[in-house]
Design a binder for this molecule. Sequence first.
Ligand SMILES: O=P(O)(O)OC[C@H]1O[C@H](OP(=O)(O)OP(=O)(O)O)[C@H](O)[C@@H]1O
Length: 236
Amino acid sequence: MNRAEKAALQLRAVDVLRMLKETRTYDELAETTGLPAGDLNRYVNGHVLPGTDRAREVVEELGREALAKELDARIRVDDEGYVDNSATVFDQPFLDLVAPVVANGFDFDRPDVVLTAATDGITLAASLASYYGVRCAYAKKRKETAVEEFIEARQRLQSGIELTYYLPASAIDPGESVLVVDDLIRSGETQELLLDIAHTAEADVAGVFALIAAGEDGIERARERTDAPIGALTSV
Ligand SMILES: O=P(O)(O)OC[C@H]1O[C@H](OP(=O)(O)OP(=O)(O)O)[C@H](O)[C@@H]1O
């Protein structure tokens, strides 16, 4: 890890501690983290930065657990099992906290491009791309007028409807590494289309990530398509 990466990790740990502090006293935060309340006070107030080892623990362990809990609290599932996660995908600061936890807590290699599908995956993909310092690309269900060349991926869904996603061909270069992300994975049809796009672009897949896995089908479907690591922050 170079100096800039260390500093980024330390600052992310402070972000996670600040989020946890919102609903806790310093004594409670000390209990949650196992760190002395005095140190926590200095971190949260920005007087001192946690060391790299502490920062990593906070981001990878506590951060992941705390964010998964926060995510669970925000998800609404209706009577038919459909998930409303607008409280999450509209909250860019929250997703900015998720990004380092995903980048450090799962086995994804740093990608060249973070790829998602419009619409709801975009804010998560943007946070991750910004964290890694790489491009964010999103496939759309319609062709953008001024773009000449597209990569297309088409599939007949279980419902019988045909779904096509289009990505400008210039968005991914052959040999680049792509992290495929989305807010939700349910049937895995969308992830499969995104993996098809990555394949057509002759890109490598760094991993597949969803904030929420609704059931196991989607994860299993993605697993059939790639050997890359696959993960979700929480499942319903
Ligand atoms: O695993 P799957 O069964 O493919 O479901 C997951 C997809 O469904 C939702 O998108 P949707 O198609 O509703 O489009 P939207 O993001 O524009 O709402 C969600 O954002 C995922 O992309």
